[in-house]
Design a protein around this ligand. Structure first.
Ligand code: PBE
Length: 267
């Protein structure tokens, strides 16, 4: 059967990313809810997952990864989400910007930019693809900003210049958040801020904003992926709303892998 062959061919392994990610919690729930008893979710990193996917794809070998959109992998490879009839991974969602309470009074210009920041899945993917192809994230962000001033100018509307005031943004080293955080940091720098980006795991990122250890972040996937984090910290932060629509998580395989649904992984 197809299920037997995909399991054997992949050693019953789902290639995961950082253990704190929402997609990892959801993938573990999927293993439980679909009864995928032989399967193991392997902890890794986003970068290592990308490298393994690239290698498997080049050799046309079967592979299953924890995946998400926006991501450069969909621009570079023919991939599909496995159907999730039980809805374990949620549905299409949005990415929100969260800031610490009090930021509006302390740093109104930064608050205004963070509040007005929004872009599309394609915009984010452009920056991600550039980084994947070897550009340094800051340069990729600067280039995207230069080529998209029509999109960036409205983010700065009403935000007065400042003189080297400090702003800190937390993020996790997910490809998508490396892209967004670098773009927002560059735009804040362009109005005079000195921006520090602070790399953390998912839960500490939420905690840092809640405790005011950082000023904000642009990386809250809601309402599904970061539901637990938002439940814990949502009322201790200010939610500035969506910065991107059409985000999604799930189990992802190359289209040449001959299964369609998570149920097909059951042996
Ligand atoms: N991700 C990218 C994150 C949110 C952004 C899908 C890997 C997560 O699963 O928590």
């Amino acid at each position: 059967a197809a299920s037997g062959s995909i399991g054997e061919a992949t050693d019953y392994k789902i290639v995961g990313i950082e253990p704190g990610a929402g997609v990892m919690k959801a993938a573990q729930n999927a293993i439980d809810e679909y009864g995928l008893d032989n399967w193991t979710l392997v902890e890794s990193s986003s970068a290592a997952m990308g490298a393994e996917l690239t290698k498997a794809y080049e050799n046309k070998e079967p592979i299953i990864v924890t995946g998400w959109t926006p991501h450069w992998k969909f621009a570079k490879f023919d991939l599909k989400y496995l159907e999730d009839p039980k809805g374990v991974f949620g549905e299409e969602e949005t990415i929100h910007t969260l800031v610490r309470k009090g930021l509006q009074d302390d740093q109104p210009s930064a608050y205004t930019v963070l509040d007005q920041f929004e872009w599309t899945s394609d915009d984010m993917a452009e920056v991600m693809v550039a980084v994947e192809e070897g550009a340094n994230p800051e340069e990729a962000a600067a280039k995207w900003i230069e080529e998209n001033s029509d999109k960036v100018e409205p983010w700065k509307e009403g935000a007065g210049k400042v003189d080297g005031e400090k702003i800190s943004l937390a993020y996790v080293a997910w490809d998508s958040e490396i892209a967004s955080t670098n773009v927002v940091a560059k735009v804040l720098e362009s109005i005079g801020y000195e921006v520090e980006t602070v790399q953390l795991d998912a839960a500490p990122m939420f905690a840092a904003v809640a405790q005011g250890d950082v000023d904000g972040m642009v990386a809250a996937w809601l309402p599904f992926t970061h539901a637990d984090n938002y439940e814990e910290y949502g009322d201790q932060v200010e939610d500035l709303g969506e910065n991107l629509k059409g985000a999604k998580i799930g189990l992802v395989v190359p289209t040449y892998v001959d299964i369609d649904s998570i149920e097909d992984l059951k042996s």
